[in-house]
Design a protein around this ligand. Structure first.
Ligand SMILES: [Zn+2]
Length: 477
């Protein structure tokens, strides 16, 4: 490791960084409601000498913390939103921490605390070396559902950076070069007329009928969509009980495609299905956009920096307690889940690296992978990546085969497995930050690649001016 001062400081502060992670893990606040998590991080950053601003991007849980002066400006992205329904104790058996509540089934407590560890370590390194430059910690709300980074991007927070770095907890230590899908998220609410469903159904105009006909329209549309597009929905309000013709009904849609422009087009076609359904059922329909984010623009120059830094820093160090926990937990995995995960992670690569054959906890550094052609999900890191060169890596914080967004993931995010990965991720980020602060040629190459990939297309937030994040959509439970 070259950023030795940073590495030593991260070790010295391991208890504090872990406490931040555990606090966020126990709070388990869902997207746009992470006020206490953000506040806790804000206090911790202030204690370390950062200038802290809450309310970034027009969200109470949005956070921007700054230290240093002048260029380059290097941003580090943190997240801390939980997922509904996966509350879990730090045990290898299913046991809810708070029944029916949210939990950190994607490890964003580790993500936020790991990036915190990186900036406090890097600050020490810069002080020791007398480096000029600015480091920023961005606390980004609602990655899982409402694209907090897009709101922060609209404020210009990322265009003000020379580069941004982040990471994500997962089962593997590697840089996986993968794009993501741009997405629009919206509520479609139909309004009809209620009636007694048996006595005078002819007087009713069912909003639920409209939802079903819209969905049917979209199912037929599916055949004529671009192959890599993805559309899915849930009915969040389908009426009260069967003997009342529903006067209102709501369906929540995601429309995804590999490029922002494709989503814009497909969104209009889905809306046509809604309007057609309203016409058929003599109902009215309202469309409420909830979130609109961009696809990820990869930056190979930065990805290589991250891969080199990870090779220097090394993998997380797991002890016997962590191995035993992983072994017990893996009894809850479906047969073949581990193999299926590895096949998917390395789809498009020559083969699954041999070294992973017998590993349950990944304690080696896996070479950088160019991912398969079909992007799997969406992330609001996409919006950041259109504002400045951006890259991310994965660090092992869960056993190989752990399902995504699961109680098993939540369990590991609150104990030694997650903590070991988080502390190592903090060191990799700090190491990469030092490279970008001290090697102008690499930073210039990353910026050149960024200019080439954007093709001169300027970022514009896909949400209309004056758009407010949908604080009402999910309750914090
Ligand atoms: Zn996540």
């Amino acid at each position: 490791m070259q950023a030795e001062v940073a590495g030593n400081y991260i070790d010295e502060k391991a208890a504090t960084i872990t406490a931040v992670s555990n606090r966020i893990w126990a709070l388990a606040e869902v997207g746009l409601h992470e006020e206490q998590s953000a506040q806790y991080l804000a206090d911790a950053l202030r204690t370390e000498g950062f200038d802290v601003r809450l309310g970034a991007g027009g969200m109470p849980s949005g956070l921007e913390a700054t230290w240093g002066e002048g260029r380059p400006v290097i941003g580090f992205l943190g997240e801390y939103d939980a997922l509904p329904g996966v509350s879990q104790k730090a045990l290898p058996l299913r046991e809810e921490l708070s029944p029916g509540s949210a939990g950190h089934g994607c490890g964003h407590n580790l993500l936020g605390a790991g990036a915190f560890g990186a900036v406090i370590g890097l600050k020490r390194e810069m002080e020791a070396r007398g480096l000029t430059g600015t480091i920023k910690y961005f606390g980004c709300p609602a990655e899982e559902n409402f694209g907090g980074k897009a709101h922060m991007a609209r404020e210009g927070l990322f265009t003000a950076c020379d580069a941004c770095l982040t990471w994500h907890p997962g089962p593997l230590n590697f840089v996986r070069s993968a794009a993501s899908l741009a997405v629009d998220s919206m509520n479609v609410t139909f309004r009809g007329r209620t009636a007694h469903a048996a006595a005078d159904p002819h007087n009713g105009r069912s909003a639920l009928d409209a939802v079903q006909l819209m969905n049917l329209g979209v199912e037929f549309l599916r055949e004529h969509m671009p192959a890599k597009a993805r559309v899915h929905y849930v009915i969040t309000n389908g009426g009260g009980q069967p003997n009342v013709v529903p006067a209102t009904a709501t369906v929540w849609y995601y429309v995804r495609a590999p490029q922002r422009g494709m989503v814009d087009e497909l969104y209009q076609r889905v809306i046509r299905c809604a309007r057609g359904a309203a016409e058929m059922t003599e109902t009215e329909c309202d469309i409420e956009l909830l979130d609109a984010i961009w696809e990820l623009l990869p930056n190979t120059t930065l990805e290589k920096v991250l891969a080199e830094c990870m090779a220097r820093v090394g993998p997380p160090r797991f002890g016997e307690a962590e191995r035993e926990f992983a072994r017990k937990l893996s009894e809850s995995f479906r047969p073949g889940q581990r193999e299926a995960f590895l096949a998917a992670a390395f789809e498009g690569a020559a083969a699954v690296p041999e070294e992973l054959g017998g590993q349950l906890l990944n304690d080696t550094v896996v070479p950088r992978v160019e991912a398969a052609a079909q992007p799997r999900g969406s992330t609001d890191v996409g919006d950041t990546s259109w504002c400045c060169p951006t890259a991310q890596f994965g660090m092992a914080c869960s056993a190989i085969g752990t399902p995504g967004h699961s109680w098993q993931f939540a369990a590991q995010s609150g104990m030694g497995i997650g903590h070991a990965g988080m502390l190592q991720a903090a060191k990799v980020l700090a190491e990469a930050g030092l490279v970008l602060l001290t090697d102008p040629a690499t930073l210039a190459a990353a910026r050149e690649e960024f200019a080439r990939r954007t093709g001169g297309k300027a970022y514009r937030c896909a949400m209309p001016d004056g758009f407010k994040p949908p604080f009402h959509q999910l309750a914090n439970k």
